[in-house]
Design a protein around this ligand. Sequence first.
Ligand code: ADP
Length: 250
Amino acid sequence: HHLQMQQTERLRALGELASGVAHNFNNALTIIQGRISLLKTHVTDATLLRSLDIIHTVSKDAANIVKRIQDFARVRQDDSDFERLDLSQLVQQTIEATQPKWMERTSGTLVRVTCQAPAPVYILGNPTELREVVTNLVFNALDAMPNGGEIIINVYEQNESAKLVVRDTGLGMNEETKKRLFDPFYTTKGGKGTGLGLSVSHNIISRHRGRIEVESELGRGTTFFLTLPLTPRSLAQELVVESVPQLPPR
Ligand code: ADP
């Protein structure tokens, strides 16, 4: 499962790179096509016009190739894939799904995982991406506890926001790692790590208009704090406000 996730992370990073390149390439293509159109209205020479037509056709082909790359990368810029979801439930289910990973530890060390998410917390988001973030945080916590320990997860509402807190009693991080942990490809796990988990998670949380913060102490453990906007008030409530009768104008 972990391997499969690393593969997903690699693909996503590749997708982000590709779509970044595609975006910039598109900007250049737009200018080229604009200039060709402009030239075509001014040029009368037949040979030149023929050349411009060819350039036009080929640049359209290039635009199609870019579009295919973007379709493949599918890095969304909008939030059309967001849905209303209960973060408490999503986190609980994800923790359950990661259970085999922390139960399978045969080294004789014990890891205890506690998830406290007693009340529903409604947010707008992409459930697949959010599950990936939770999984990353839990797997990182496990990696940081080779001698066993405790992972405590809390989901709750605070200051009009949804909060997800993942705390571990693992190795903690030094200053260098604290500075760089969200950098793509930064890993302290050598060949076992991709260094993409947290950079991808950071991107996902940013896209959800949230924040991800970390507190860590060497030898004591690490806590990740995620803050996400709650769902806007329900449509029904807004309609009630809007339907308050207005006084007729005099
Ligand atoms: P990877 O897990 O592949 O190394 P990540 O981007 O998920 O990549 O993490 C980057 C680095 O941040 C890790 O290599 C590790 O040094 C550090 N890190 C992340 N989570 C924790 C944690 N819970 N405790 C200690 N260090 C952590």
